[in-house]
Ligand binder design. Structure first.
Ligand SMILES: [Zn+2]
Ligand SMILES: [Zn+2]
Length: 344
């Protein structure tokens, strides 16, 4: 066991504050990691504040973890002391169901073990995330950070990055495709970069005029300021909006067999989807959750190869509560990343 320093919330009402806890000693397949950076995701806020009614306190958030290996168990073959590595949204799964066998651990039949606020499969304890100085994770759930990537700005690739990359890959987005990206936050700005790098013509849908220049800078070919795609026709819509919104105008802008992919919304859809919009053109309404471990490695390698990084604002962990307030107002371009040196 090792003593770990971190930040936790003790209840839905309390602010994040210093918290000490223990991590297990590395087992044969484990990698021990000292954490250098951790991205701040909207999911962190939802769990810290119990928005979904299933938080187990204390909550130590953080699932965009970048660090260096400090020790490895005897069975570890892929990592050695000193390697720069990442840990994303999950730290375990059953490892033997059909999904796990295909490297789609996020869709594990028994449910993946989330990096924080999950239940450790071995001892039943609550998992604690990356707002801390170190973590111990099974090798299978650790990825390599290519040397070409800046470690701090690579952190959000482990959640925001893979969440947008995975469905674009799954649907084979490439040259000649027209892709609409709905929303221009942490997820949306990564979606634009990926779709652009894959060779697609990218249109951003945003409600704020102020984001037009910014969207172009990120690689968008067109910007539409409204939720009405009008006369345009798209092969795919990547929908990153996390709150209920009318999908019908977007569905009606898809070509025959086109797909509308949800990556931000977890609520019931309102207003109702018109079945006619799907039936009349064999359109697909679908969703996608992060990505499996092989694909999480793939997105990091893809970013290194294409020079893609997330736009980040570095954060002192003591300012994390103010950062949450700013995120709720959409006041961040595009992701806060905690510099864990500030943990002191
Ligand atoms: Zn996340
Ligand atoms: Zn499984």
């Amino acid at each position: 066991m090792s003593e770990v320093k971190g930040f936790a919330t003790q209840s839905a009402e309390s602010a994040l504050a210093p918290f000490s806890f223990e991590r297990r000693a590395p087992q044969p397949d484990d990698v021990a990691i000292t954490i250098d950076y951790c991205g701040v995701c909207h999911t962190d806020i939802h769990f810290a504040e119990n928005d979904w009614g299933r938080s187990n306190y204390p909550v130590v958030p953080g699932h965009e973890i970048i660090g260096r290996v400090t020790a490895v168990g005897g069975d570890v073959t892929g990592f050695k002391v000193g390697d720069t590595v990442g840990v994303g949204c999950m730290v375990d799964s059953c490892r033997q169901c059909a999904s796990c066998e295909q490297g789609l651990e996020q869709y594990c039949r028994e449910g993946m073990t989330p990096t924080y606020n999950g239940k450790d499969r071995q001892d039943g304890s609550i998992t604690f995330g990356g707002y801390s100085d170190s973590i111990v994770v099974s090798e299978r759930f650790v990825v390599r950070i290519p040397p070409a990537l800046d470690p701090a700005s690579a952190a959000p690739l482990l959640c925001a990055g893979i969440t947008t990359y995975s469905p674009l890959r799954h649907f084979g987005v490439g040259k000649g495709h027209k892709v609409g990206v709905i929303g221009m936050g942490g997820l949306g700005h990564m979606g634009v970069k990926f779709a652009h790098a894959m060779g697609a013509e990218v249109t951003i849908f945003t409600r704020s005029e102020s984001k037009v220049a910014e969207a172009k800078k990120q690689g968008a070919d067109h910007v539409v300021i409204s939720s009405d795609p009008e006369q345009m026709t798209f092969d795919f819509m990547l929908d990153t909006i996390p709150v209920t919104h009318d999908m019908n105008p977007y569905l009606n802008a898809l070509r025959v067999s086109g797909a509308h992919i949800l990556v931000g919304l977890l609520e019931p859809i309102e207003p109702a989807v018109q079945a006619r919009a799907l039936v009349s053109k064999r359109r697909i309404l679908t969703g996608s959750l992060i990505g499996g471990m092989p694909e999480t490695q793939e997105v990091l390698d893809f970013c290194a190869e294409h020079g893609i990084t997330c736009d980040v604002e570095m954060l002192d962990i003591h300012d994390i509560n103010e950062a949450y307030v700013r995120m709720k107002k959409g006041d961040v371009k595009y992701r806060f990343v905690i510099d864990m040196k500030t943990l002191g």
